[in-house]
Ligand binder design. Sequence first.
Ligand SMILES: *Cc1c(COP(=O)(O)O)cnc(C)c1O
Length: 381
Amino acid sequence: MTLIQFNRPPRTGRETSYVLEAMDSLQMSGDGPFGRRCQTWFEQHLGCPRALLTPSCTHALEMCGFLLDIQPGDEVILPSFTFPSTANAFALRGARLVFVDIRPDTLNLDEAKLEAAVTERTRAIVLVHYAGVGCEMDDILAIAERHGVVVIEDAAQCIDATYKGRPLGTFGALSTFSFHETKNVTSAGEGGLLVINDESLVRRAEIFREKGTNRSEFFRGEVAKYSWVDLGSSYLPGEAQSAYLWGQLESLAEITNDRLATWTYYQQQLSELAASGLIQLPDIPAHCLHNGHIFHLRVADLDTRTRLLKFLLDREIWAVFHYVPLHSATAGEKYGHFAGEDIYTTKESERLVRLPLWYGMPTAFKERVVAGVAAFFNQSK
Ligand SMILES: *Cc1c(COP(=O)(O)O)cnc(C)c1O
């Protein structure tokens, strides 16, 4: 039997010719023709003033910490159920991380517990739309406005997903996307995007990303020469990566639809197990359109999960779990604390299982995954 991999980086077939085209253009550094094409595509799809490709979502999050001028002692609110980069970017600037519990249905930051975590030192709220399912933006934006706090969206998993018809990544002053090979589209393995919705941050973002120079203005013919004007670093991906990404953006609808079809297949085929109470399936609010990024199910407890993952792997099915809650990780204990009670974060993370899901997954694989999960519960009844 062949192993059903947990993830396979998406391939549409056009990446190779675009990468070769980039090589032949003899313009391989950042913001070349493909880089600009990708950025314009995002600016049009999101309707944002500026979108800048970065080497990863982690880099884009670091730019958020810099652009908002986060200082030592500032507090940043975020969920503990997320990838370390959501937190690292702000801890790097000396911020204190304040973790808030998640909702048991979407596993997103619980908007009802948010306001109690806000203090005079709170500078930003960093949201994660888990699995491409939107946080409760109306409530969160109202709380942020009331307290004069900036909202940032870690939209790493959110390409092509909406909340009340509006794309995720367009709500915060800044938002970030990932094109890592495990995400719905990839720029050849690693990559990211910084979306700037607050126009006043555009110039400084361009300068920071171009080594502290106003080179972007120079390329647009706005200044006669460029020089060092502010603090900065080099946060541009090369053209080969952007060319690869272009080969995927062109097929985004097809990729999303294919992933959603697999997601829905799992949801339907496992509904009987869910009805019998053995597993819990994802619960998507009606006003959120997701993108099939993650299919997860939840079992009774940690022990059941450990046995299920082993059972599946014995049948050549590679399922995984995440996240180790940040507040209980070594660095999380050092740089942050949990505000209020951890009712769901640890409990839900311990019983969550992610099933294999990737673009172009053969039907036979999907059937084997469903049969594997069903077999585990039937033998343990
Ligand atoms: C994948 C992911 C990241 C990191 O993205 P990179 O592009 O690998 O840096 C950050 N946050 C979340 C929520 C993610 O899913």
